[in-house]
Write a protein that binds this ligand. Structure first.
Ligand code: ZN
Length: 181
């Protein structure tokens, strides 16, 4: 499996089923219909400014955190949306990812970082071999072919509203879940 490590912090929305077949146009359209995304940032049209309903869909927790939805002078980081689509599933993880739990015995796999190039991992506790996507990543990493990444959001700093996941399902025909990475 191709692991994609990133150094920032993002909230990610992904289909529940790994094999959910979605093209980028369908996902883009769903994000537009729900008002999650606004204008495209790049010509390739996989990066977007947040849409007019973004703050209805994403609830920020805690006391009014500073959230930049537009680039500020002298800064390059601001919250925007990146759409990912790959023919093969990838593991999305980062500095906030925690050891995943084995689907058989439920124990954490401490040596996971050395095994994620493979499609599956051997559990050091029960010796069962399981595909990476079967492991419980506890919302700190995720395996997906299609991903809606919302940048500059730290783990549990913000939550997607259940109504957003429902609307994405209505527009794409597949169920959606979320994680942080
Ligand atoms: Zn195990």
């Amino acid at each position: 499996m191709t692991p994609l490590q990133h150094s920032n912090a993002s909230l990610a929305l992904k289909p529940v089923e790994l094999d959910a077949s979605l093209d980028l146009a369908t996902v883009t359209d769903a994000c537009r219909q729900t008002g999650l995304i606004g204008a495209a940032i790049n010509a390739h049209a996989d990066r977007f400014y947040t849409g007019e309903r973004f703050l209805d869909h994403i609830t920020f927790l805690g006391c009014s955190p500073h959230i930049a939805l537009q680039p500020e002078p002298g800064k390059t980081d601001f919250t925007h949306i990146v759409l990912h689509q790959h023919a093969q599933a990838r593991l999305y993880y980062g500095q906030h990812s925690r050891p995943p739990h084995c689907p058989h015995c439920g124990k954490p796999h401490a040596d996971w970082l050395n095994q994620i190039e493979a499609e599956s991992m051997d559990c050091p506790h029960c010796q069962q071999t399981s595909p990476l996507f079967r492991y419980n990543w506890r919302k700190t990493a995720g395996v997906a072919r299609t991903l809606i990444e919302i940048t500059e959001i730290y783990p549990r700093e913000a939550l997607p509203q259940p109504s957003l996941l429902t609307q994405l399902q209505q527009h794409t025909g597949v169920e959606w879940d979320y994680f942080y990475y």
